[in-house]
Design a protein around this ligand. Structure first.
Ligand code: GLU
Length: 368
């Protein structure tokens, strides 16, 4: 499909800018940032809402102290992020202010995305900033998180930001032109609709052609975006005027395309609710869910795993163990163990009461 057609309904864009795009000789480059600001403002002035996710704090800190960011302890890296974050923000702010545009800083951790209250609070702040015409600039709150609870990198963070602000498009600006099927190909793949095992292997698994250039995290970000039903583009952020060209509909980089945008409730189930167990279902139930868009009934349940309760999220697996979806369950693990394989009409006689006809209602269910 023509690119123009694909992005024609875009209103809100998250732009993720990698460290390599805005640094020169180990320091934040004012010239690079000024160029990007020019490009970003041309989008904003055409009516798009823009959110930036900017990396570069650790490098900026290392540059300021003239020290190396590699082979140092985690607390030292966090200290560099703390020093560099103010440098990074000052540079962005100065450049935007020249055009009379204010910016706001939002530092997020993975906990902020997993906790419903913090998620909603963050969403309100984003919306308030955008309503005021201010550009939010996001980074991971590197100085307060340790490896175990980190997003890991800003590619994944930016996919979650896209989800929080319900943007229609995420643009990942990095130093690659897109996703290549084969490094000998002259051009990157134009469109990707599904993240397959083969793609993941090419991105960074064994036999990877992309090496460790951060492609795996980009593919993981694309997985989130495709599940949300939105779009993502990987493009080379060093090419001048790249954002304006993308928005004009030029075939640049690789576009990842989801189907229908998911409702807020379903996004919450998909990305924020921790799974408390698994429900294995038979082929008939798989078909009912996937092809006939039905709810999950007890009759299709073969087995369960985990101690989940009413209202918890569980993963749905097929007979081969593939995870095919996730949903909020209406029965606890004890009850489901008893009613699995039974007809809905039998539930009342077996349990003494029947709260729900479905084990997982269609509205509380997402399929991958
Ligand atoms: N948050 C890190 C920084 O600002 C960057 C993480 C990443 O590049 O993915 O330096």
């Amino acid at each position: 499909m023509p690119r123009k057609q694909l992005i024609k309904n875009t209103r809100k864009i998250v732009i993720k800018i990698g460290t390599s795009i805005i640094t020169e000789n180990n320091a934040i480059s004012k010239a690079r940032i000024a160029e990007l600001v020019f490009d970003i403002l041309s989008l904003k002035n055409s009516g798009y809402s823009i959110v930036i996710v900017s990396s570069g704090a650790i490098s900026a800190g290392a540059g300021a102290l003239k020290t190396n960011r590699e082979n140092i302890s985690i607390p030292k890296k966090q200290a560099l992020a703390s020093i560099g974050q103010t440098i990074l923000m000052n540079t962005w702010r100065e450049a935007f202010l020249k055009a009379g545009c204010e910016v706001g800083q939002i530092l997020l951790t993975e906990d902020d995305v997993k906790d419903r209250k913090r998620f909603i609070n963050a969403r309100h702040t984003f919306h308030a900033l955008l309503e005021m015409g201010i550009i939010p600039i996001v980074n991971e709150n590197d100085s307060v998180v340790i490896k175990e609870i980190k997003f890991g990198d800003n590619d994944i963070l930016s996919a979650h930001v896209t989800n929080i602000v319900e943007a229609d498009l995420l643009i990942l600006l990095s130093d690659v032109d897109g996703f290549y099927n084969n490094l000998f190909d002259p051009e990157p793949i134009e469109e990707i609709h599904q993240i397959t095992k083969d793609l993941i292997a090419k991105a960074g698994g064994s036999g990877s052609i992309h090496g460790t250039g951060g492609m795996l995290s980009k593919i993981k970000a694309a997985e989130v975006i495709i599940k949300c039903g939105e779009k993502m583009i990987i493009a080379n952020g060093r090419a001048s005027g790249i954002l304006s060209k993308i928005i004009k509909g030029e075939k640049i980089g690789t576009i990842f395309i989801g189907n229908e945008p998911l409702s807020s409730r379903k996004r919450w189930i998909a990305f924020n609710m921790k799974s408390s167990g698994k429900i294995e279902i038979d082929d008939g139930a798989v078909k009912a869910l996937q092809q006939h868009k039905k709810s999950l009934l007890s009759t299709g349940v073969i087995d369960i795993e985990g101690k989940f309760h009413l209202g918890d999220a569980v993963e749905i697996i097929n007979k081969s163990g593939d995870i095919i979806g996730k949903g909020i369950v209406n029965y606890n693990f004890n009850e489901l163990q008893i009613i699995k394989g039974k007809k809905t009409s039998q539930i009342k006689d077996i349990l003494g009461s029947s709260y729900f006809d479905e084990v997982i209602n269609r509205d509380d269910l997402i399929l991958y």
